[in-house]
Design a protein around this ligand. Structure first.
Ligand SMILES: [Fe+2]
Ligand SMILES: [Fe+2]
Length: 199
């Protein structure tokens, strides 16, 4: 009997929720301000509204070009740092940075291809590259750049998904996984924990 009662209660709840969902939809239509904040009970219970309106293709081209300029920056930084880093104890990480340079070039090619897919024109200018003769500075500059890059790719993935551009999102997900590996390599070389990146 307990099982039967539990079933009936579950059925009642399901019916109530069934009636509640369209009601919430009407409510949000009538009062858009109720979509925020996320602490609203309807949102807490999973009846979440769309977080962001999709951006335009033109805006996506502009943002991907920013990403491409960051990839060019990374290629230059890893190329220069890997070849100028002095000191026997940095030999291993210098070799690793050389590998990163090649992976950043691959990212740049993939991002340029996506810009072309959106009928945009890829930029040719990198973000600025900081220079220092100190290996620790080079590693820290790289770490900061990777953090910035990861933060931007997280946004870009959400934006791509909101647009329904799932192929772009897939490309970006593979790139961001590699950027996180770069971040870990740099944090290890600096002897620090991976920084927590606020999304
Ligand atoms: Fe990259
Ligand atoms: Fe990277």
């Amino acid at each position: 009997m307990r099982g039967h009662c539990a079933y009936r209660r579950a059925g009642d709840l399901s019916q109530s929720l069934g009636a509640l969902v369209p009601l919430c939809g009407q409510l949000f239509e009538a009062a858009p301000e109720l979509r925020e904040p996320a602490s609203h009970p309807a949102v807490r219970f999973g009846i979440a509204m769309k977080k962001h309106a999709p951006i335009t293709r033109k805006k996506m081209i502009q943002l991907l070009n920013e990403d491409l300029a960051r990839e060019f920056q990374a290629i230059i930084a890893y190329t220069v740092y890997s070849q100028t880093m002095k000191g026997a104890k940095y030999k291993g990480i210098a070799d690793e940075l050389k590998l990163h340079a090649g992976e950043e070039l691959d990212h740049a090619l993939q991002i340029a291809k996506q810009i072309d897919y959106f009928n945009g024109t890829p930029v040719t200018t990198p973000k600025s590259v900081k220079l220092s003769a100190k290996p620790e500075d080079m590693l820290r500059f790289d770490l900061e750049n990777e953090e910035t890059t990861i933060r931007h790719y997280r946004d870009r993935i959400r934006q791509a998904e909101a647009m329904g551009e799932f192929a772009l999102s897939e490309v970006l997900r593979k790139i961001i996984a590699q950027e996180q590996e770069h971040l870990t390599d740099l944090a290890d070389a600096l002897g620090i924990d991976n920084p927590a990146i606020k999304a």
